[in-house]
Design a protein around this ligand. Structure first.
Ligand code: FES
Length: 104
């Protein structure tokens, strides 16, 4: 599925890095919108099975959009607005710096 943004770039753009790739996105959009618009189909993997997850509610409720933003894990991408030079990474499991969940 290809996502496109309804925002135009007349208000300006910001440069961010999504999973190591530099992209230019419209000012004022959410990180989740930027990620989906960039073509990256998921934002995190689950801690137990590693299943890929993507933004669902886009309003801060479901927590499916957790990402590592500027080095900080567990940030909801749908309620975080892009900023110039922001670094966004797919969150693998619980994210960096947190203990893994045991399997038995
Ligand atoms: S997409 Fe549901 S909390 Fe972000």
């Amino acid at each position: 599925m290809k996502f496109t943004t309804l925002f135009d770039t007349d208000q300006g753009t910001v440069d961010i890095v999504i999973d190591g790739r530099s992209v230019q996105v419209p000012k004022g959009i959410s990180v989740a919108a930027a990620v989906l618009g960039s073509g990256l189909p998921y934002t995190r993997t689950t801690p137990v099975s590693g299943t890929r997850r993507a933004p669902f509610c886009m309003m801060g409720v479901c927590y499916e959009c957790l990402m590592v933003i500027d080095g900080k894990a567990n940030q909801r991408a749908c309620v975080t607005l892009v900023r110039d030079n922001m670094r966004v990474e797919v969150q693998q499991g619980v994210g960096p710096g947190l203990p893994e969940i045991g399997h038995g």
